[in-house]
Design a protein around this ligand. Structure first.
Ligand SMILES: Cc1cc2nc3c(=O)[nH]c(=O)nc-3n(C[C@H](O)[C@H](O)[C@H](O)COP(=O)(O)O)c2cc1C
Ligand code: SF4
Ligand code: FES
Length: 584
């Protein structure tokens, strides 16, 4: 396929000569042409008045784009932890045998239904070596309604649940969203509260960030509001919907089932910190969710819930949608801001933090999708109401995306600390599949730790998990049964970090490469005992001296797995795979 000069001209003519338009321009050309040709890159550079090398730098940074024509028939297979645990390697062998070009892709946010294959623009879930032929013949994939991905809302009063409307309302309908309560909280905030009162209510509620670090949401708002005052009053709200960490798929469910609640929350946050503009940065693979959000923003603007003088109050708030293009690092808040500004998504040095120096150098509040979904409830019902659920030091409910070897995978919502891992597995998940005993759990996403049976009775709450030696992170649970080879599983985790390291700093760039080399050696019978020590020393180096959180946590899973299952690693050095998974 070739893109004519005229078409290219037509695409570029619609875009202002603004650097922030670089990613949208590259995305459109890539989707129309199938790749980013040299002449297209040069035209974009001319239009945006950027050096060609910068455009080329961005074009090669994001995995959803190609700079050379891709083979006609490529099948994309996810082989990150949860999909690998569910048999992605066997699917790969079947695809190879069928003579198809297979491209590994990082997680695409469907981890409860792995292995996942993308072919010809279609998404196939729960693929096995037996169903590969159906994929190759272009058979329409089975739909999976969002409601079926919710495995439980364990909250007595449904009004407290973040998932309260998912599967209950038509997400395309503003009327249904409004009947279910959308924009009531925003109206209350704008008509009865000062911005300081909004910040104060959220601080008293004790809501913590759900993006992984659990940072107090009210405190971050306070810092950003102060940052906005010190930088001339301009500020931004950024919703982090990048959700690219293997095992995480909760934000997709919230957005897909109840998009207006996110817009309601962002406008409340904007009012609180003095921002008039907000951005939703959504991962490029979430095409349907991005379209839904675009539609919802248009609806809300038309109805006066967003835009100029919202509900006649004089408060203006505009939301812009920005799509990523395949890079896990863009979930890191400073890399996300770089990407929003039209650059390669490489993290910035912190401090200064986004609360004072974020988008365009202005104060910026970056919050995770799930964090924001907490705001309307707090504003409508008050902090005391919010604190009725959850733990004393970790109030509210939490979404737990569950994948791996349980009978029912999907997203669970429960008050923080109410459930232990055992209760999640035995309750909403219906137990381990095929009666195989539990062996381990990878908790908190790819960057989280491996935990063993000794962790089964720890309450799933930030502090309790940390005290027991693992971070709850975004709440992800990958349950692994006794047939799992820990070395093989962790090789897939190491491959993810090697693929996603942005390469800006040496400890992470080299460390993630060395980590995957060692894990590959171990899982193919070439490993040595010295390499087990090397894993630890590389981990110390990466943790202590990497530039950002990706490198600092890239070895957490491997090292915790080595500590818990050292005898299994040593067996591999002797040429034995106790689970008989690795071909040694
Ligand atoms: C490598 C990396 C990837 C991240 N990915 C995400 C992500 O996809 N979504 C998210 O909300 N936070 C992600 N974070 C955390 C963000 O940097 C940031 O802390 C978060 O968006 C703040 O929101 P919260 O306070 O509401 O939790 C990531 C951090 C790192 C280091
Ligand atoms: S730690 Fe890794 S991801 Fe982060 S800046 Fe360094 S190379 Fe990039
Ligand atoms: S979709 Fe495969 S790990 Fe998430």
């Amino acid at each position: 396929m070739s893109l004519s000069e005229d078409t290219l001209h037509e695409i570029l003519a619609r875009l202002p000569h603004d650097r922030a338009e670089l990613l949208p321009a590259l995305d459109e050309v890539n989707s129309r042409l199938g790749y980013l040709s040299r002449p297209a890159i040069e035209s974009i550079a001319r239009h945006l008045r950027l050096p060609v090398r910068e455009v080329y730098g961005a074009a090669t940074f994001y995995s959803m784009w190609n700079v050379s024509a891709a083979p006609v028939e490529v099948v994309h297979l996810c082989d990150d932890g949860p999909c690998h645990a569910m048999g992605a390697a066997a699917v790969r062998r079947a695809l190879d045998q069928a003579g198809v070009e297979v491209k590994r892709t990082s997680c695409i946010g469907q981890c409860g239904c792995g292995p996942v294959v993308m072919a010809d623009g279609r998404l196939y879930r729960n693929v096995t070596s037996r169903t590969v032929q159906a994929v190759l013949s272009g058979k329409e994939p089975e739909p999976l309604p969002l409601a079926d991905e919710v495995i439980g809302i364990e909250v007595e009063d449904r009004a407290h649940a973040l998932l309260q409307n998912v599967g209950q309302i038509n997400p395309q309908s503003l009327d249904e969203a409004v009947k279910a309560g959308a924009y009531q909280a925003l109206r209350k905030a704008l008509t009865t509260m000062t911005p300081e009162q909004v910040v104060s209510e959220i601080t008293t509620a004790g809501a913590q960030g759900r993006g992984g670090a659990g940072f107090p949401a009210g405190l971050k708002m306070r810092f950003t509001a102060a940052g906005a005052k010190s930088t001339g009053g301009q500020a931004y709200v950024v919703c982090n919907a990048d959700e690219s960490e293997p095992a995480t798929f909760k934000d997709r469910i919230l957005i897909g089932g109840d998009p207006h609640r996110l817009l309601d929350a962002m406008a409340i946050a904007g009012y609180a910190i003095g921002a008039r503009e907000g951005y939703i940065y959504i991962r490029g693979e979430y095409v349907e969710q991005a379209e839904l959000l675009k539609h919802s923003i248009e609806q809300a603007e038309k109805a006066g819930y967003l835009g100029h003088t919202i509900m006649g109050t004089g408060f203006d708030f505009h939301i812009h949608l920005h799509r990523g293009a395949g890079a896990y690092i863009c979930g890191e808040e400073t890399a996300l801001i770089e990407s929003l500004e039209g650059k390669r998504g490489e993290p910035r040095l912190r401090p200064p933090y986004p609360t004072t120096n974020g988008v365009n150098g202005r104060a910026t509040l970056v919050n995770n999708v799930e964090t924001l979904y907490n705001l309307p409830g707090i504003i409508t019902h008050g902090a005391a109401w919010y604190r009725q659920y959850g733990a004393e030091k970790a109030p509210g409910t939490k979404l737990y995306p569950v994948s791996g070897h349980v009978k029912r995978t999907g997203c669970l919502e429960a008050p923080l600390g109410k459930f232990t891992l055992r209760q999640v597995i035995e309750g909403p998940c219906g137990g381990m599949r095929d009666g195989a005993p539990f062996k381990a759990c990878h908790l908190g996403g790819a960057a989280g730790a491996m935990v063993g049976p000794g962790f089964l009775d720890v309450p799933l709450e930030f502090g309790a998990c940390m005290a027991a030696g693992a971070m709850l992170g975004a709440g992800d649970i990958v349950a692994l049964d006794a047939n799992t080879c820990v070395v093989d599983y962790l090789r897939a985790v190491a491959a993810f970090f090697r693929a996603e390291s942005c390469g800006k700093c040496t400890p992470c760039r080299v460390g993630t490469e060395r980590q995957i080399q060692i894990m590959t050696d171990l899982s193919s019978g070439r490993g040595t005992l010295q390499q087990l020590d090397e894993i630890i020393s590389w981990s110390e180096l990466m943790t202590d001296s990497s530039f950002c959180g990706l490198g600092q946590t890239a070895s957490t899973a491997v090292v915790s797995g080595l500590k818990l299952f050292r005898e299994e690693f040593e067996a591999h050095v002797r040429g034995e795979c106790p689970a008989r998974v690795c071909r040694l």
